[in-house]
Design a protein around this ligand. Structure first.
Ligand SMILES: [Zn+2]
Ligand SMILES: [Zn+2]
Length: 341
């Protein structure tokens, strides 16, 4: 089968690799469409902690079941599906609490352990395979994964109806967070970025205030607009120390700041005292749970989350290298780039 393999940092090669076959409890999926995510860009640059070359990347996908292993119930050949790209052990303390995102021995799609969807076929255990409702395209099926990140972040923030939220960074994760916050009843949504293109998308998807941080200080805008109180919740989707500092300064006392972005290193010179002085709740946030993934799929199916405006281009799988370069170097405006077989 054809697969776009990350051979070494910054080099993806389309190769013929051995076609996998499903074991007990597993299905084989023919990938129709797959997405390029921020974590693929980290892997491409060699800065991802566990996505290391040589590897077939890709963890956002939609396709068709073409083979079913033994002991699989409820799925059949021909089903159109998407995959929750994490496998929990179901036995550890976290899995037993329904937190498979925090499983002690989690396996993630797009790694050497579980080859990803930049390939014609992937294998997945039936328990992480979700049927796409009729009427939902493969493209929309792919987008369930990134949307689930935003839905999880908003749920974990325990944001309330009528709250003011600040979303720092308006790339894909920032945008899906804006969409979810809108659905959850945020009254004001402040979005920041350095790119006007991303800010225009943010506005389209529900941000009420957009701030280009090259021109304006987001902290003063938020404080001014909230009469000095600050935002109830800040979502940090751009992983850089100054952004964390902005979140801490812009949230109200007893407000929350959630880290959704992927930090490559330590946060430099981060002042800790304001966390104490304002009793701020700084929270990590990792992917989503199985339950959250299902909920997101249901919301997409029922038209409450429309991911189509996030898809800015669809390339052929043979252009995986180009897609990753665009996401890395921003040589053209892009939110979500999909790859098609
Ligand atoms: Zn993703
Ligand atoms: Zn577990």
């Amino acid at each position: 089968m054809r697969a776009a393999v990350l051979k070494e940092n910054y080099r993806i090669v389309l190769e013929d690799v051995k076609e996998p076959s499903p074991g007990p409890g597993e299905v084989k999926i023919q990938v129709r469409v797959t997405g390029i995510c921020g974590s693929e860009v980290h892997a491409f640059k060699g800065t991802h902690p566990y996505r290391k070359p040589p590897v077939i990347l890709g963890h956002e996908l939609a396709g068709d079941i073409v083979e079913v292993g033994s002991d699989v119930e409820g799925l059949k050949v021909g089903d159109r599906v998407t995959v929750e790209p994490q496998i929990g052990c179901e036995r550890c303390y976290m899995c037993r609490r329904g937190l498979n995102n925090l499983c002690e021995s989690k396996i993630v799609l797009g790694t050497q352990e579980w080859p990803g969807s930049f390939a014609e076929y992937i294998i997945a255990p039936a328990k992480v395979v979700y049927r796409l409702p009729d009427g939902l395209s493969y493209e929309e099926g792919v987008m369930v994964e990134p949307l689930a990140v935003g839905v999880h972040a908003v749920r974990w923030s325990e944001m309330g109806l009528g709250d003011s939220v600040l979303v720092l960074g308006a790339g894909t994760i920032g945008l899906v967070t804006i969409m979810a916050a809108r659905q959850a009843g945020a009254r004001r949504i402040f979005a920041t970025d350095v790119l006007d293109f991303n800010l225009a998308k943010a506005r389209e998807l529900g941000a009420t205030h957009t701030i280009n941080v090259r021109q304006k200080d987001p902290v003063s805008v938020v404080l001014e607009e909230t009469k000095g109180k600050g935002a109830d919740v800040a979502f940090i989707t751009a992983a850089a120390s100054p952004v964390v500092e902005q979140a801490i300064k812009a949230v109200r006392k007893r407000g929350k700041a959630l880290l959704i972005g992927f930090f490559e290193g330590p946060a430099d010179n981060l002042e800790i005292f304001p966390l104490t002085a304002k009793e701020i709740d700084l929270r990590g946030c990792l992917m989503y749970t199985a339950e959250g993934f299902q909920n997101t799929l249901d919301m997409v199916a029922e038209g409450q989350l429309d991911s189509r405006p996030l898809i800015t281009e669809v390339l052929d799988i043979a252009q995986a290298q180009e897609g990753l370069e665009v996401m890395d170097k921003r040589t053209r405006d892009a939110v979500k780039i999909l790859l098609k077989f």
